[in-house]
Design a protein around this ligand. Structure first.
Ligand code: ZN
Length: 203
């Protein structure tokens, strides 16, 4: 029997993470998305398509099972990056929340550096390696999903906390949505530092 879960509380946490990301300017407009596993249930909550982190409400969060079927009676559609989120949860049973943003410094740095440079001690200590994934022009399609699945299957990547898809943005994986959003802020900050160190000619 499935446990009783406080879904409104989970949605409140997603809204808190979203508003923080919008205020921190790591995501503008209606881009980016986030999701979390519903504990004890066969499904996730995910941001709806076409809404903004800045003013998302409960009605813009959709419940979906692991086959991608919408479970809630919401009229909102799940994010178009639903397939990417489901692929990550399937590959990583230890991950309970995913935060994804089209953050400007990380998107820029992913086109300058072949590998994410170690220029931020806090990033090294708190997150570790942040690989850059190439998926051509794939954005939430089967090519992007395959590239991410292949990254997560690499030896030594089983505890990976974050990666950046080139020309796209940051993906952070954590045990809570608040932690995943904090990690995205740190990745974005490290990307900004990397670009400034490059500007200073040191890397
Ligand atoms: Zn995206």
């Amino acid at each position: 029997m499935e446990k009783e879960i406080d879904v409104p509380l989970l949605k409140n946490l997603m809204i808190r993470a979203s508003r923080r990301a919008y205020a921190a300017k790591i995501q503008s407009g209606d881009g980016g998305n986030l999701s979390l596993r519903i504990p004890g249930h066969d499904g996730i909550l995910i941001k709806a398509s076409g809404c903004s982190f800045g003013d998302m409400g409960h009605e813009q969060i959709v419940e979906v099972d692991f086959d991608g079927r919408v479970q809630s009676d919401s009229s909102s559609k799940p994010s178009r990056e639903l397939g990417t989120h489901l692929a990550i949860y399937k590959a990583r049973p230890d991950v309970d929340a995913i935060f994804h943003s089209h953050s400007p410094w990380a998107t820029a740095a992913s086109q300058v550096f072949e590998a994410w440079p170690a220029v931020s001690l806090p990033l090294d200590l708190k997150i570790g390696e942040v690989p850059v994934v190439d998926a051509g022009d794939g954005h939430a399609d089967s090519d992007a999903i395959a590239a991410i699945q292949s990254l997560l299957a690499e030896p030594g990547k089983k505890n990976l906390r974050a990666f950046v898809q080139r020309r796209h943005g940051i993906f952070c994986m954590a045990n809570t949505i608040i932690k995943a959003e904090h990690d995205a802020e740190l990745v974005e900050e490290a990307a900004q530092i990397a670009m400034l160190v490059r500007l200073g000619g040191r890397i």
